[in-house]
Design a binder for this molecule. Structure first.
Ligand code: AMP
Length: 287
């Protein structure tokens, strides 16, 4: 795997690939790879001729009281893992190269970014949309891969691509979980053993909602399901609910009755310190 920090050198490499007619798959990440990241890279390697993985802990998507400076890192481990799953180029620029001192352009996606994680993390999705737009312009990928773990982010990126006429095709990849169901996340590294145990309650609460929806003959009301899920989460003294919502998958609008393609999305805070998110589709997957 080629490791490249420089934007111009990265452009030169991908331009050469484009000239030779290779298709390019891009996997944007913040590093500290787990099997979720690796699944995105494998999908990219199956789909495209060349796989570019970006590794950049993007400062503009972190709030002032968030975990930017302590975000976990393992650069050598990441290189080895990316190589193993067939990445061709690991693009890991320095923040001051990405954001020159007089950088003053932002990409903001309206509507979709107001609720859910957007309500708890003002400016977060503008940071995401801006860095992803920059990566699309640097790499000019044919395909880009994003995890359903960050379902709102995936929806925002699809909207961004439509609205700004990017030509990349966006591929959403299902959530990769630990054996007990916890969604894999770089932030799981922050959890103590007892917090790790408590953290599972988010997946359990979402699963219970899914089970009730799939088991019921009639229609279920979102509020009834959400109240019970919240109660389950609150049985864990370390856990606090940031949000829990059932939304229409296509535009993330809250639904009152669960029918069609709905998804339950949740975020919890553990020990007031660690914020974890997860979501589940409330219908049977096809195929
Ligand atoms: P991050 O490094 O956390 O910014 O994540 C980089 C990409 O990996 C994003 O598209 C995430 O949605 C995706 N991702 C993170 N965790 C998982 C997971 N457990 N399963 C699938 N995709 C994931």
């Amino acid at each position: 795997v080629i490791v490249e920090k420089n934007i111009e050198d990265t452009r030169r490499i991908v331009n050469e690939w484009h000239r030779k007619g290779f298709s390019i798959g891009l996997v944007p990440t913040m590093g500290y790879f787990h099997n979720g990241h690796l699944e995105l890279m494998k999908r990219a390697a199956d789909t495209a001729d060349k796989v570019v993985v970006s590794l950049f802990v993007n400062p503009t998507q972190f709030g002032p009281s968030e975990d930017l400076v302590v975000y976990p890192k393992d650069f050598d481990g990441d290189c080895a893992k990316a190589r193993e799953v067939g990445a061709d180029l690991l693009f890991c620029p320095e923040p001051d190269m990405v954001y020159a001192p007089r950088h003053c352009t932002e990409v903001s996606v309206g509507g979709l970014t107001e609720g859910l994680c957007g309500a708890d993390r003002p400016g977060h999705f503008t940071g995401v949309a801006t860095i992803v737009s920059k990566l699309f312009n640097i790499v000019r990928p044919n395909h880009a891969f994003f995890g359903e773990k960050d379902f709102q982010q995936l929806t925002v990126i699809r909207q961004l691509v439509t609205d700004l006429n990017f030509t990349v095709s966006i591929v959403g990849v299902p959530i990769v979980r630990e054996p007990d169901g916890l969604a894999m996340s770089s932030r799981n590294a922050y959890l103590s053993p007892s917090e790790r145990e408590a953290a599972l309650v988010l997946f359990q609460a979402l699963s219970r909602i899914k089970q009730e929806v799939l088991d019921s003959d009639g229609m279920r009301y979102a509020q009834d399901l959400l109240v019970k899920a919240r109660e389950l989460i609150e049985t864990k003294p370390q856990c606090r609910v940031d949000y829990l919502e059932i939304v229409d998958e296509k535009d993330l609008s809250p639904v009152s009755a669960v029918k069609g393609k709905c998804r339950v999305l949740g975020a919890i805070r553990i020990s007031d310190r660690i914020r974890l998110i997860d979501n589940l589709a409330l219908y049977m997957a096809q195929g």
